[in-house]
Design a binder for this molecule. Sequence first.
Ligand code: ATP
Length: 290
Amino acid sequence: MANSYLDISGVSIEFPTPNGPFKALDNVNLKIEKGEFISLIGHSGCGKSTVLNIVAGLYNATQGGVILQGKEVLQPGPDRAVVFQNHSLFPWLTCYENVRLAVDKVMKGKPKAERHEWTEYNLELVHMGHAMHKRPDEISGGMKQRVGIARALSMQPKVLLMDEPFGALDALTRAHMQDSLTEIQAELNNTVIMITHDVDEAVLLSDRIVMMTNGPAATIGEILHVDLERPRERLELADDPTYNHYRAEVLKFLHERHAKKDVPQSTKKATTTTSDAADKKEEDKKDVAA
Ligand SMILES: Nc1ncnc2c1ncn2[C@@H]1O[C@H](COP(=O)(O)OP(=O)(O)OP(=O)(O)O)[C@@H](O)[C@H]1O
């Protein structure tokens, strides 16, 4: 069989703790093809970020490993860009300068004009061209997250790793960001691994949804192939039986087959997110009020 683009193979990890080693992941196996959009979903603390950190090269697996295009991942590198939940922009630099910094790193030796153009191109791609000379404290949370995505995309990574990229945003901004990401994905065909707690977000964006069991020693429980045509329109999908079937499958996995034992029964049903449903509802209320 031909090698896959990204191969997460037999990955287990133990963290040293004062009470002895803690096995967070056990035998995680996942093969990802170029251009695939993968969502990782699972209850809080199951090990999603740990998987992402291992692919990023920030953690090394205790057993198994990650191969990207035939090369073992042993440390972080510009071929794997990470976007975190809380944007990590330098506050003293403008949006342009924040992206330019990354561009200068990956396009060392290229003419200045080319680097400038590429910086602008990526900011335009996330619809931030109009505010590129503002500093992070002058723009909204959603806009900051756009700049973070522009910075990651500008590095032309082989894999884009996103750890709840829209988790801190209000519901309306989150929907706009999801739409932007869909557009960018259609244009660039990036290979993406995205952690999310939002079932609708996972179904809307993904080719496959990877559902993780609860920890310790978490692993992949099930993988759902989302066979919905692209482009996907959120309003049309709301009444689409196939979409609703996928959504129900993920909810069943999370709230029936792998319910968290410490979650009371009453809160297990009819939540669309895995852990922050209550917070989200509060947020949604605020959005409606705004
Ligand atoms: N550096 C570390 N040292 C010790 N334990 C760790 C470390 N990193 C993660 N863990 C533990 O590994 C488990 C998985 O953590 P991880 O952050 O990957 O979960 P997660 O699914 O991303 O959680 P959340 O959805 O809440 O962000 C947790 O029990 C966590 O406490």
